[in-house]
Design a protein around this ligand. Structure first.
Ligand SMILES: *Cc1c(COP(=O)(O)O)cnc(C)c1O
Length: 634
């Protein structure tokens, strides 16, 4: 008997329980819900309801949805996990996170992080002058830290020093040996003592995409001998007491907990010896690297991680204590610069499907037409003889005759209609082979790939380049799935194309719990209803890395706060770019464009090609288009 499709099957198909981190799940009615926690318990809110709410407010697809609550909950989880781990093991220091602004610089995100983070004194990490400007203005509590990495010119240093005078904790982390003399000079000139940290190059390095940003070969950080030079120079100026922080950054998305432990152990040794040298220290900054399990596999695969948050915090604390206690060094305040893990969950890209190219054969007569040339007759013969026993042979023959037919078409021996018939016939044979393959125990390798290649193309109303740049640039895998109709079995194997008409504008690799797949199962779209998909965990790095390929601009962004009764409010709506906006980014003056077009219309009226009424309608259409969304509007 055939088992009926259930919600559990849908959950398995898309792995939502594995990557959803308990924030995303399915409702009995087949919709993706976001689960939020408040004092009164947990509630579930359907993403489809939020889409309906946005559309009712005039914000169509695509839509970048931010759920404030998830950002709040992630910051809480991170802070509580560290304090629990410290409590459990008798660690006497504390934890104080900072959010690295580069991971998502959007004003709204930073505003929310500083607001939700203030009860934990969660601070900010700035890697450039622009980011320092953000940090100085947005930080809420003088107890929160501002950690400055990256290149720092005298202007940057002056700003930081002045803020220190106001009572804020601004750390200058020395990344290159040339920085310290400038800091000392500015400090002397202003009469303000700096808070100094050093960034080290570890010899241990993590595996994963960013393995080169940590390790001996990393472009940032001081070598052991440079660390010694820094301490000597500080001693010479009688300012060793300013050295209070040690920092490293192993790289982002470190999938293997072993690499994290190794790095913490090595750093703890540095720390202990710097204390022995007489530096007061007090802060140990472990950088970023805390990974996100994008495919839900819980492995050390690059898109995953083989540890939970609680394992991460427990391991950090345990390794630190084992090194420091042996040397009787006081436990420092632990800082992490976790960016990806903090903001990934809160953003979801939602879009509708505009069109589908189905990979199913078109029509052709059951038997060959009387006037069919030899090659087409041969193709019919292949189809008649096809069976489980001769799959490979029939496949080779079909390919051979298709080539022959294409050549004949090229030389004008067969007509366009005959070629279309042959193409349909060929597709039918390939589909029959794919079906028969399922009955074969050990299918030939070449044919296995054939099965993979038979998919539909679903055209989504979004731009990979604008909204998911890492998919294009570094083959990042994000969870993708329909957000409704999950109580129906999806039967179409598909890949996703965006609307940039660039051959790279596609998603054709999907995470699955046990492997990577070259297609995704989707539902047959209906004529009378939109089909919506979501790309999840896109809160980190995607927004500002995105670009204006094909002049598709920023999508609409809405920020939603979910209340304890499961209802929600739109706390912010940011309308996406209009055509005029994106044209002005590439230095056009929309006004001038309208004026040029108006002149053309006027000329056409003079030439008698357009009536005055037609001119008016066209000009209005042009002007309306200028104000419109850059994406497909229904
Ligand atoms: C990018 C970066 C981070 C953020 O890393 P995540 O893996 O996203 O947490 C932290 N610190 C530094 C110095 C960085 O360059």
């Amino acid at each position: 008997m055939l088992k009926r499709w259930s919600i559990a099957d849908a959950a398995n198909t898309y792995g939502i329980k594995e990557w959803g981190a308990d924030y995303f799940d399915l409702s009995p009615s087949g919709e993706v819900v976001v689960r939020t926690t408040s004092e009164t318990g947990q509630t579930e809110t359907s993403l489809l309801d939020i889409i309906r709410g946005a559309e009712a407010r005039g914000l169509g697809m695509p839509l970048l949805l931010r759920i404030e609550n998830l950002l709040d909950q992630q910051i809480t989880r991170l802070n509580e996990s560290f304090s629990q781990a410290m409590k459990d093991s008798g660690y006497t220091g504390s934890y104080q996170g900072v959010f690295p602004i580069k991971v998502n610089q959007q004003a709204q995100i930073i505003e929310e992080i500083t607001r939700f983070g203030s009860r934990f004194n969660h601070g900010l990490e700035a890697g450039s002058k622009g980011e320092l400007m953000i940090a100085l203005s947005m930080i809420q509590s003088t107890k929160s830290l501002i950690v400055c990495n990256g290149y720092k010119d005298p202007e940057f240093i002056d700003l930081g020093l002045q803020t220190t005078r106001m009572g804020y904790k601004v750390f200058f982390v020395i990344e290159t040996p040339t920085e310290l003399p400038i800091i000392l000079e500015r400090s002397n000139a202003l009469g303000i003592e700096p808070l100094i940290g050093v960034r080290i190059k570890l010899s241990s390095r993590g595996s994963g995409h960013w393995q080169d940003s940590g390790g001996d070969n990393s472009i940032f950080g001081l070598t052991t001998s440079q660390v010694v030079d820094v301490m000597d120079l500080l001693k010479k100026h009688d300012m060793l007491h300013c050295l209070q922080l040690l920092h490293y950054h192993l790289g982002s998305q470190i999938p293997n907990i072993r690499d994290i432990r190794t790095a913490v152990r090595e750093t703890a040794r540095y720390y202990a010896d710097m204390v022995r040298e007489g530096a007061p220290m007090g802060y140990l900054d472990l950088g970023g690297g805390l990974a996100v399990d994008y495919d839900g596999s819980k492995t050390n695969f690059v898109h995953s991680k083989n540890y939970s948050l609680d394992e991460y915090t427990a391991d950090v604390v345990e390794v630190l204590m084992s090194v420091l206690d042996e040397r009787s060094v006081a436990h420092p305040t632990v800082i992490t610069e976790s960016g990806r893990a903090t903001v990934s969950y809160c953003s979801i890209l939602l879009f509708n499907i505009l069109d589908v190219t189905q990979y199913t054969p078109g029509r052709f007569p059951e038997t060959e037409p009387d006037d069919a040339p030899e090659s087409i007759r041969n193709m019919y013969e292949v189809r008649r003889t096809l069976s489980v026993r001769n799959l490979q042979e029939c496949y080779n023959d079909a390919i051979y005759y298709r080539e022959e037919i294409r050549e004949e078409f090229e030389y004008g021996k067969i007509t366009l209609r005959q070629r279309a018939l042959a193409d349909n016939l060929f597709m039918d044979i390939i589909h029959q082979i794919a079906d028969l393959l399922k009955k074969v125990k050990r299918p030939p390798r070449a044919l296995e790939e054939l099965q993979e290649g038979l998919y539909d193309i679903y055209y989504g109303n979004f731009s990979v380049f604008q909204s998911l740049p890492d998919v294009w640039a570094i083959d990042q895998i994000f969870p993708v799935m329909p957000i409704h109709r999950l109580n129906e079995q999806p039967r179409r194997k598909a890949i996703l194309a965006d609307i940039t008409c660039d051959s790279d504008g596609k998603i054709d690799t999907f995470g699955a719990v046990h492997d990577i797949q070259k297609s995704i199962l989707l539902h047959e779209p209906r004529d009378d209803e939109e089909y919506y998909l979501g790309v999840f965990l896109v809160g980190a790095y995607q927004e500002t890395l995105g670009d204006l390929h094909n002049l598709l601009g920023d999508p609409h962004v809405v920020s939603v706060r979910i209340n304890s009764d499961g209802g929600f409010e739109f706390v912010r709506e940011i309308e996406g770019d209009s055509i005029a906006d994106v044209l002005s980014y590439v230095e056009y003056q929309p006004k001038d464009l309208v004026e040029n077009f108006r002149r053309k219309l006027e000329q056409a009226v003079r030439d008698g090609r357009l009536s005055v009424a037609q001119r008016r309608t066209l000009l209005q259409a042009y002007e309306t288009g200028m104000r419109g969304y850059t994406y497909y509007e229904r």
